[in-house]
Structure formats: C-alpha cells, structure tokens
Design a protein around this ligand. Structure first.
Ligand code: BGC
Length: 394
C-alpha cells in the first residue's frame, strides 16, 4: 500500500515536471500563439501566452502572387516584413512568390504549413483554387489573412486586407471619361483590357469601370489579359487595332499599369501616337508615372501599399500572439460567397500629371508620399527632367 502511494506521488511529480518543462519550451518557441487562439490545446496556449515579446521563435508565411507587377517585390514584401519584424521580433517570415502559377502557390502553401507556420498571409493567384489552401490551413488551426485579393472557393479566411476595388474601377473610368469630355470627344469609343479572370479584384475593377462607362461610351473591344501579363495585353491591343483600325477607338482602359505598358507598346508599333489616345492603368508604377509625365499615359490609380502591408503585419503579429487585432484596425466586412470576412479596406486615389477632375497630381501624391523611397524625385525625373519641371516636381 505504502509503495503504491509513493509510486503515484512520483508519477504525479513527473507529470508536473513535464508540464513545467513543456511550458518553458513553449515560451521559447512561441509556436503556439495562433494555434492557441484557435483552441488546439493547452501547451499551445501556454506558448502563445509567451508571445513574441518573450524572445520567442516561430514563423508565419507571406505568399504573394507574382513579380511582373513591381509592387510585390518593391513594396508589399519589404514593408510587410519590416513592420512584422519590428512588432514580432525573432519570428521568421517564410516568403514565397508564385509568379502567377496557381499550382506553385498551392505547393508553397503546403510547404509553409508543413514547416509549422502559425499564420498564413495569402495573396491568391486564383481566388477560387486558393479556397483549398484556406481549408487545409484551418484544419490545422492556422489563421489565414486574405491579402489584397479575396480568397473564395467555399472557404472562410479570417481576415481580408485590401482597397475599395470597385472604387478603383470607378476612378479609372471616371478619369478617362473626364479627359475625353475635356478634349471635346463626342460619343467616345473605348477599348478595354481587364485583368486576370482568376483574380476577384479584376472582376471588381471591371464592374466598377462598367458602372461608369455604360451608357456614356461605346466599348468597341473588350477582353482579359490572362494572368495580368503585359505581353498578353500587347497582343490583345494588336488584335484590336487590326480589327477596328487605328481610328476605331478614342481611349483605352487597361486594368493596371503593366497591361497599360503592353497596350501602349502595341499602339506605338502600329504607328499610333499614344498622346492622342488617353489610357488609364493602376498601381502608380514608376514606369507608368514617367509615361504619365511624358503624356503617353493619361492616368493611373495610386494605392498606398505601405499602410496596406503594415496593417497586415499588425494583424499577423496579433494573430501570432493569440491576441485580438488592435482596436480600430478592422473597418468593414466583405462577403466571399461563404462568409462575411472581417476586413481592413483602404482608399484608392486617381492620379494624372497635373491633377484635375477626379484625379490628383503626381506632385501631390506619389512625390509627396515618397512612394519610391527617399530618392523618389531622382528616380522619377531621371531622363524626364523637363516633364518634371513642367509638373512642378522637385
Ligand atoms: C492588384 C493590382 C495588381 C494586379 C496584378 C491585383 O489584384 O490589386 O494592384 O496590379 O493584381 O498583380
């Protein structure tokens, strides 16, 4: 009897010791933060309580969709990572870029999950296909932030961080329409090149643009550039010109600056002066801002990527630490076909060289915000000195 009692007390002591060790280990790894939130057990909860502040280690994943558009490598990725490291020091960011191949993104997500990341920040190549990634992550209690593009496919991501994307399309169309009205073009004829059909944003840009154009212009040709490829947009514009002729359109809508670059190249190759055909894009890419100052592209839509990436980093760090998002961060909800997703939505701005109508000037937007870094003016004006002087950029 005595013996059995002491065995029980020894085993109780061993269990207690193991629990303490486990908790200390958890504090160090910090791996359980987010998993703790989602309720996968007490040791995860303990680790979460340790949080990043306690010199924790662990990782989260950032999965971006492509690199032909400059924003991802020059802004989204570095701004996210810098803010996240500041808020959650010691926690790794596992980063992958899918180069617009959905199957690659699927593998990158699986690899990150297998590595034990505790939060997934996912900008999907294909919004429907990425539903499977969310389901897989959530089965392992990993929270998912749908970054910039909405994830659908029957899934319920935890958060969505983006811009008012229908608003982007409206701004694009209104900027073009204002310009045509100012130029006195009656019954304008417009070509439209939309973005990738697998990107929910492209659907919203298109809807927003049509809501302004319809009834006011004739859309003479419209198609979508698969995977947002500029070369695809160039081919589409070549085909449009071949069918409708150089005088068959007054202005051209492209969903972003990359595809605008392609369309403008096709115009030049066909002997069309792009200064005579107002065009619009999106992203305020450096090359597009230079085209705008040179008069070759009329307008773009500027989206402040730094706050988008930094707000996402705040959210990701809170989720890692099993905390609620900081107060005031979430400002809306968006339905993805399956659930209302708590959302952070930012406001886009239309930009033309000198501003006017629905647009603001280059000087008042990307220059004022130093969008390309401390040497923004030098970057924009190299080779465009006269255009910069004319637009009051210094
Ligand atoms: C983004 C745009 C980008 C496009 C191509 C969209 O989802 O919102 O900023 O130009 O994808 O990557």
């Amino acid at each position: 009897m005595k013996l059995s009692i002491s065995l029980v007390s020894i085993s109780v002591a061993l269990v207690a010791a193991a629990a303490v060790t486990g908790c200390k280990k958890g504090d160090k790894t910090g791996n359980g933060g987010a998993a703790g939130t989602a309720g996968t057990g007490s040791s995860a909860g303990m680790a979460g309580a340790g949080g990043a502040a306690g010199g924790a280690t662990g990782s989260i994943a950032l999965l971006l969709p492509e690199s032909q558009t400059t924003r991802y490598e020059s802004a989204d990725h570095p701004f996210f990572e810098a803010k996240f490291k500041q808020l959650c020091p010691g926690i790794d960011v596992v980063y992958s870029n899918a180069n617009q191949v959905a199957a690659d993104q699927q593998q990158q997500a699986e690899a990150a999950i297998a590595r034990g990341v505790k939060v997934l920040v996912l900008d999907p190549v294909d919004g429907d296909a990425a539903g499977a990634i969310v389901k897989n992550a959530k089965a392992k209690s990993i929270p998912v932030i749908s970054y910039d593009r909405l994830i659908k496919g029957g899934s319920s991501p935890d958060f969505y961080v983006s811009f008012d994307n229908e608003g982007v399309g409206k701004l694009q169309a209104q900027a073009l329409l204002d310009k045509l009205t100012k130029d006195g073009v009656a019954n304008p004829k417009i070509t439209m090149i939309n973005g990738s059909p697998t990107d929910n944003n492209a659907t919203l840009f298109k809807q927003g643009a049509h809501s302004v154009f319809d009834g006011k212009v004739t859309v003479v040709k419209e198609d979508a550039a698969a995977n947002w490829k500029p070369e695809e947009a160039q081919q589409l514009m070549e085909q449009f010109i071949a069918k409708i002729g150089k005088d068959g359109f007054d202005a051209a809508y492209q969903a972003n600056d990359g595809t605008s670059g392609g369309a403008i190249a096709a115009m030049k190759a066909a002997g069309i002066d792009p200064k005579k055909k107002p065009t619009v894009g999106q992203d305020a890419e450096l090359a597009a801002i230079q085209r705008i100052l040179a008069g070759e592209q009329y307008a773009t839509v500027y989206k402040r990527i730094q706050p988008q990436a930094e707000k996402t980093a705040e959210l990701a760090c809170a989720l890692f630490k099993a905390q609620q998002p900081p107060a005031g961060l979430v400002n809306g909800k968006v339905n993805n076909g399956t659930a209302d997703v708590a959302s952070i939505l930012l406001v886009p701005v239309a930009v033309s060289a000198a501003g006017g109508g629905v647009t603001q000037s280059v000087a008042d937007t990307v220059v004022k915000d130093k969008f390309y870094g401390p040497d923004t003016v030098a970057k924009i004006c190299k080779g465009y000195e006269d255009a910069c002087a004319a637009a009051n950029i210094k």
